[in-house]
Design a protein around this ligand. Structure first.
Ligand SMILES: O=C(O)CCC(=O)C(=O)O
Ligand SMILES: [Fe+2]
Length: 261
């Protein structure tokens, strides 16, 4: 395994609003997740012919929606091969989060995915979280998406586009205007995250970003495991079934203690 400079990675996350751990997960594990994931996503796609305001369906068969044309969100059930401790208990990721937050008692709170298909379009520029503190950018974020693309992400297949540094921008007047402002103004730091399969990236959900058109012939699935401080509430909390809970390691049980039913 490559060695990562965690202090430097934390500085990247703090300054840019994201950081990438290249080649963190063996690609055969990513392929195994993808092989089970895409059929479930296809099932959802067959069902979700219309753009829907809310996610629906059975979590084990494909709970999600068509969010924008040919772009699907889907919750991921906490079962193998999707829930793999090689990913969610990765020592580098856990050490990184413990170092960033200065505590060990953070939790896994959701498991979700973003999946542009051929024919998807630009999303609006957005954050994934409401402005937490208007007029005051908090230096520490209590909630992160740990994101694992299930394929290489490229200009062709709709890699995400980011505007680094905006995680601290806290002007409520600007919140509804990013699309217009970014189209008309000059923002040279805008760029795409083109990642090799096996890379994991950490996203500060406050950083402004958007999905882009997938012009390839294949879907571009990406799963996201949310890690949160113990006091941070999420909208769609993860549920871990008792039979899966019984298989957890001691660390896994602590990470998932809010989700055990
Ligand atoms: O993965 C992508 O293409 C971006 C999706 C996204 O930002 C969202 O749906 O909130
Ligand atoms: Fe987003």
């Amino acid at each position: 395994m490559s060695v990562y400079d965690l202090d430097l990675k934390i500085a990247e996350l703090k300054i840019n609003g994201y950081t990438v751990f290249e080649d963190l997960i063996p690609t055969d594990i990513v392929d195994r997740i993808r092989a089970a994931f895409v059929p479930m996503l296809e099932h959802l796609r067959e069902r979700e012919k219309e753009i829907a305001p809310a996610e629906r369906g059975d979590i084990y068969k494909g709970m999600g929606r068509q969010q924008n044309p040919n772009r699907y969100t889907m919750h991921v059930p906490w079962i193998p091969p999707f829930a793999d401790p090689v990913v969610y208990e990765h020592p580098v990721l856990l050490a990184f989060l413990a170092k960033y937050w200065g505590v060990e008692d953070f939790h896994i709170t959701c498991y979700h995915s973003n999946n542009p298909y051929p024919g998807s379009e630009y999303q609006r520029w957005h954050r994934d979280i409401a402005l937490l503190t208007p007029y005051a950018g908090m230096s520490i974020c209590p909630h992160f998406g740990i994101k694992l693309p299930l394929t290489d992400t490229t200009e062709e297949n709709g890699s995400i586009e980011v505007l680094p540094g905006t995680q601290y921008l806290s002007d409520p007047v600007l919140e509804s205007q990013y699309d217009d402002i970014l189209q008309r103004g000059s923002f040279p730091s805008v760029h795409r995250l083109n990642l090799r399969k096996g890379s994991v990236w950490v996203q500060d959900p406050r950083m402004i970003h958007r999905g882009t058109p997938n012009c390839s012939e294949q879907p571009r699935p990406e799963v996201v495991i949310c890690f949160s401080r113990s006091w941070f509430a999420v909208r769609h909390p993860l549920v871990v079934r008792p039979d899966e809970a019984a298989k957890l390691s001691e660390r896994g049980r602590k990470l998932l203690e809010r989700s055990l039913r």
